[in-house]
Design a binder for this molecule. Sequence first.
Ligand SMILES: [Zn+2]
Length: 155
Amino acid sequence: MKIENDTNYSKAEIRRFIAMARPPGTEIDLVIVRNAKPGRGGKGFAWTYSRKKKIRVTIPRKHSIMCREIWPARKAYLGMAIGSRDECLLMLLAHELRHLWQGQGTGSRARKVFSTEKPRPRKGMVYGARGRFSERDADAWALHRLRMYRRGELK
Ligand SMILES: [Zn+2]
């Protein structure tokens, strides 16, 4: 797994957060961690249709007010409150890594990516998940990890 990182987190710290955020068995080729523009909040992206297993998370600057933020429920997304930059990094990594996991179930890549048949949620996804790349499932995983992190259960 390669890491590209232009924030002031060390690579070792990023690796520690990836280990806490990663759904079991998820293959990862590349994780990109970037600083958001000044005053901007966090966001993430997963290349779910690429052969390369790759995600990018963009996190607020170190002392940005955007490190503490309420993410409102909208569309399929679950709402959540982010209390720190560490939590923001963990949430975004967990959400995007879950999308990679969603794409790595059984069946050929061609079938998963190019088939016109209705995509089915992968076994193990949360109730209410729709399609293979479910936002609700990705958020549910991320919230689950965030709660474990807050209880001190992720090392
Ligand atoms: Zn998503």
